[in-house]
Design a binder for this molecule. Structure first.
Ligand SMILES: Nc1nc2c(c(=O)[nH]1)N[C@H]1C(S)=C(S)[C@@H](COP(=O)(O)O)O[C@H]1N2
Ligand SMILES: [Mo]
Length: 550
């Protein structure tokens, strides 16, 4: 809609000898060559790149969690309501972090365009906008767990550099105009200084953008060179366990070709956490504090763990966000110190019923005290499948608690155990609408054939994995269409705290067919058919899929 009133300069704006100003909201295109707004937006985007790259460069000397993208993203994650976390994981799975980065990139580019245009039209407003965003960045940086006030320095330097770049580019752009632009506070026409061309603006933008690419790359290389945690991890020699893992029976793998390996290689192990940048902890710096309702506060070093009586066992971890049939579960051989022994050193007091474990980056989990003391051998793990923990899986120390979903037990990069009561503290996800306790629900997963697969008629191998950690799997049944539930062949059972595979030979006749599966656990309980979403304490229901037989 045309708003004629904004086209008419108000009397007080007409100064003799100066061209009439247009209102900030009015289209300045009448006086300017087309595309100026786009160029102003470009200036904003280049300035934003300068903010980020300058921060990256200076940030190489500070913690990675203090860089704006990581801090803003982490703050965003912390404010994510449970339905959105659930949606993100359901939609993007373990690519949820990538999706967040793409979303942030789009937001940053849009904001930068707006800021560029605003700064071009009214420089003071542009400055105010940049400072406001700088303040938001600094606030989100300094409120991160384990971040010191001095860690605001990279963001402050980045904001300053961005402001300088924006000023530089906006000035070039205004000088390239036939007249000084809607606001002449920056570039008054100066007879001695001829207007620069648009080409000059593009050159300035190009040089600035190139400088920021160099700064960002330099920052990356510098922080990689300064961090030797990955190399230290590769060089770490794991001690031998006092109690080795029980031998794994030969027949644990499903007979159906294509079923996931019984033992999940570290590289294929699902990864779920709130950490946008993986914490890098030197073993010399790692310390675990055990405190709260205890007789004596205990502090453990990594060497204390290495010197302790370690145990080894195969445990399947499962994420509470795993949908029915999903792949947020993995099975590994873990090496660690029983948490029971750690708690015994501290001596929990009467009345305590929970241990709140906290990671170096502020995630926390509430685990029932008795679960950490019983014979399921919950551990402070330092090894995964014969190697030191991978950085993404909690190096140097994480918790592994058989039978509980990860969000209430499997704290990675763990540095603090507080013996307390469920009535007194709430864990990270409990504060965000998830349950305070999370025993793993019995689940049978169909892995072959794939949902909506086309398979040839005749004998078809159906197969998959089932789990009910600490209770074990005693039966898996398959139903074709509305036929009878028929027992599948169970592969060998290694223990009650890992998972169990199965297979089922099916004489497939042409046409569309539905396959369902359900498991029975060691207590005799059949997996419930009641459908539940992952929020608040894990998905339930029978997996059902369609295949076409040709
Ligand atoms: N520090 C930290 N530990 C964490 C989390 C986290 O966000 N931060 N997520 C938990 C959740 S929800 C799960 S399912 C497991 C996943 O462990 P993995 O990534 O090694 O598979 O880690 C748990 N430990
Ligand atoms: Mo999880």
């Amino acid at each position: 809609m045309e708003k004629p009133s904004t086209q008419t300069p108000r009397p007080e704006e007409i100064t003799p000898g100066k061209p009439a100003r247009t209102q900030p909201g009015a289209d300045t295109g009448a006086q300017q060559p087309a595309g100026t707004t786009a160029l102003a937006a470009l200036a904003g985007v280049v300035a934003a790149a300068v903010v980020l790259s300058a921060t990256e460069l200076v940030g190489a000397f500070f913690t990675a969690r203090a860089t704006p993208v990581i801090a803003l993203g982490s703050t965003f994650i912390d404010f994510t309501p449970s339905w959105m976390k659930d949606f993100a994981i359901a939609t993007f799975g373990t690519n949820d972090k990538l999706a967040l980065f793409v979303g942030m990139a789009v937001t940053i580019v849009l904001l930068a365009c707006v800021l560029g245009v605003v700064a071009y039209r009214k420089w003071v407003l542009g400055v105010a906008g940049v400072l406001l965003m700088g303040a938001v960045i600094v606030a989100s940086v300094v409120t991160r767990a384990g971040v010191k006030p001095l860690d605001a320095i990279p963001s402050l330097s980045g904001t300053a550099a961005g402001l300088i770049a924006l000023r530089f580019l906006v000035t070039r752009l205004r000088r390239s105009q036939p007249w000084p632009g809607p606001d002449s506070d920056l570039a008054t026409p100066d007879p001695d200084r001829p207007a620069t061309s648009r080409r000059a603006f593009f050159a300035a933008s190009g040089v600035t953008a190139a400088a920021s690419v160099i700064a960002a790359t330099g920052g990356r290389l510098l922080s990689a060179a300064r961090s030797n945690v990955a190399q230290a991890r590769d060089a770490l020699q794991l001690p031998m366990p006092a109690k080795p893992a029980p031998r794994v029976p030969a027949g644990v793998q499903s007979g159906a070709p294509g079923v996931t390996p019984w033992l999940t290689p570290n590289n294929d192990f699902y990864r779920i956490d709130t950490a946008l940048s993986v914490p890098e902890i030197n073993v010399q710096d790692w310390e675990l504090r055990v405190h709260g309702m205890v007789e004596r506060e205990v502090r453990l070093t990594f060497q204390d763990l290495v010197d302790a009586k370690l145990i080894e066992s195969h445990v399947a971890l499962t994420c509470v966000s795993n949908p029915v049939g999903g792949n947020l579960a993995g099975n590994a051989k873990w090496l660690g110190m029983p948490i029971r022994d750690v708690l015994q050193m501290a001596g929990p007091q009467d009345g305590a019923d929970m241990v709140l474990s906290t990671s170096i980056d502020g995630f926390s989990a509430s685990t029932p005290l008795e679960v950490l003391q019983d014979d399921r051998d919950a551990m402070l793990a330092i090894g995964m499948n014969g190697e030191a923990l991978p950085l993404e899986h909690g190096y140097p120390v994480r918790m592994v608690v058989p039978g509980l979903y990860g969000f209430v037990s499997a704290t990675k990069w763990v540095v603090d155990l507080e013996v307390t009561r469920f009535a007194d503290s709430k864990a990270y996800w409990t504060q965000r609408g998830w349950s305070e306790r999370g025993p793993i629900k019995t689940m049978a997963r169909v892995e072959v054939p794939k949902s909506f697969a086309k398979v040839p008629a005749g004998r078809v191998a159906i197969g998959g994995t089932a789990w009910a950690q600490t209770r074990g799997i005693t039966k898996v049944e398959v139903q074709i269409d509305n036929g009878p539930w028929t027992a599948a062949v169970l592969s060998d059972e290694a223990s009650l705290i890992t998972w169990r595979q199965w297979s089922f030979d099916w004489e497939a006749t042409p046409g569309p067919h539905y396959i369902k599966a359900r498991a029975t656990d060691g207590t005799g309980e059949v997996q419930t058919d009641r459908r539940a979403d992952p929020v608040p304490d894990g998905a339930s229901g029978w997996q059902s899929m369609m295949v076409t037989v040709e």
